[in-house]
Design a protein around this ligand. Sequence first.
Ligand code: SAM
Length: 282
Amino acid sequence: MRLSDPKTIKEVLTKNGFQFKKSLGQNFLINPSVCPKMADNAVANGEEAVIEIGPGIGVLTAELAKRAKNVVCIEIDERLRPVLSETLAEFDNVEVIFGDCMKLDIAAIIEERFKGKKVSVCANLPYYITSPIIMMLLESRLPITSVTVMVQKEAADRICAKVGSRESGAVTVAVNYYCQPEVLFNVSRGSFMPPPNVDSSVIGLNIRPFPPVKLTDEKGFFRFVRSAFGQRRKTLVNSASSDGRFTKDAVRQALQEANLPETVRAEALTMDELANVFSALK
Ligand code: SAM
């Protein structure tokens, strides 16, 4: 079955009485060149198993199933059950779990099925929940090698910005703590059915074996980072004190201890500098 062919998609969906739900971010890929490239990246390090989030009608799933020994998909929309049974009928190495990826225990899914195997995650993510899914995957420290995901271009640029550059934000720091992100390629809005209002990019997140900085209080650090980047135009003294956890004087003193100017903004600081300021604050 040519699952990126709009005619085939319409036929399968109509037969099963399926209508797209915008609230679930259902924009299905119809550009045939995208999924093979995503799937190649997902198994580039010899991964045997891939977890896919949101298979839709299975266009990316089929490419993953051709390359990996096993594929487990997590799909929230039960209406896709008959559709996926039909579109993935030729593959005996695919399992679809119906549920919300934010609520399922993905670590347990990997432990039960793929213990000791090289596993990666691959997905064309629903736009309404992109960052929470990425952070959930990274923060739960899953035993995975990489995450290959399609996200809005703007989100990709922010995630893959250099920490310490004008384009960076709290999400840049958080993602870079767990992995090395890179933009792999861009995908135009016309590559989807129905087309979204924005262009997309596929990014690769290569999981780091060790974080780039040593932190004694990760939770506290990320809370500090969120408030530091919360008001981007303000200096760190003003933004990092805005949630009431640290006084302006304390931030000023921490900057001095870290040999940084009092007027500095969060976006100008490297990961090491952010960690130094936080540890001086503590
Ligand atoms: N992989 C397909 C493709 O590339 O054409 C579909 C991608 S579509 C952008 C996002 C998919 O994620 C939809 O199938 C949607 O139903 C599913 N989805 C949305 N929220 C989800 C969640 N919380 N957990 C699991 N799947 C979800």
